[in-house]
Write a protein that binds this ligand. Structure first.
Ligand SMILES: *Cc1c(COP(=O)(O)O)cnc(C)c1O
Length: 247
């Protein structure tokens, strides 16, 4: 267990250092980027070790799996849990109750459901809107690859911004998978342009957060303005469970 904590701590610190140097490279402060350690598929013991190693924000993809871990680690009140995966309508209540930030809100219908549950829990839930910047069929989020169609998204997005129990804070994306981090750069730039577009048209929301970048490309994401990076494997090592089985 101690070995596990030490090795996670070393990789966590290395990731923080890389974030800081990418931020400085483009004239940003390291504090302007928050590191979300993605713990999906890892058992409670590994999550516990990540917390002992210094992780402050934990990201999970599957609501039920996450809630088990949240309840098991309830004494760790200093950590913040973020939902980063696609949420089915019937899991909306779990998200409204248990998470500090919902990165992957991807439809008006889900927004309305989460808003109703947030009201029941007496919360105003911070959310990010997920966009499909690469236009892939397999990805969730509002289509964002065709910039001339951005205006057509405004009706849905304005309705979400006006929901009383959600607080829209920014945007999230998951670009096409690639082994070359530079491949992701144009998608990150597009998300930032989309943020500027929305901030101008829907100024009643905050739009300050950009959640983008994973183990493969978080340094590029920070150079392009990410305020939240979501890193799993580079800190916790490979996941053993196949994701397709669970999606
Ligand atoms: C799994 C996942 C990550 C982390 O990916 P790694 O390759 O482990 O860094 C980030 N974001 C989302 C939405 C994910 O599903």
């Amino acid at each position: 267990m101690l070995d596990l904590v030490l090795s996670i701590r070393e990789r966590y610190q290395k990731t923080l250092d890389a974030i800081a140097s990418s931020a400085r490279k483009v004239g940003r402060t390291p504090e302007s980027v928050r590191l979300v350690v993605v713990t999906k598929t890892h058992p409670v013991e590994v999550v516990q070790a990540a917390v002992e190693a210094g992780a402050k924000i934990l990201g999970e993809n599957y609501a039920e799996e996450a809630v088990e871990k949240i309840l098991a680690l309830k004494s760790q009140s200093a950590v913040e849990w973020h939902m980063i995966g696609h949420v089915q309508s019937r899991k909306a209540q779990l998200v409204a109750e248990h998470f500090a930030l919902f990165h992957s809100l991807d439809s008006l219908k889900l927004a309305q459901r989460v808003d109703r549950f947030a009201a029941q829990f007496g919360r105003r839930l911070p959310v990010l809107l997920e966009f499909n910047a690469g236009g892939e069929e397999s990805k969730h989020g509002w289509p964002a690859s065709n910039e001339s169609r951005w205006s057509s998204l405004l009706t849905d997005l304005a309705a979400i911004v006006s929901l009383p129990n959600l607080e829209v804070r920014g945007l999230m994306t998951m670009p096409p998978l690639s082994t070359d981090p530079e491949t992701a750069r144009p998608y990150f730039r597009r998300l930032r342009r989309l943020r500027d577009f929305l901030a101008e048209r829907l100024p009643q929301a905050e739009w300050s957060e950009l959640s983008m970048g994973t183990s493969a490309d978080y340094k590029v994401a920070v150079e392009e303005g990410a305020t939240l990076v979501r890193v799993g494997q580079a800190i916790l090592g490979p996941r053993h469970e196949t994701e397709s089985k669970r999606a």
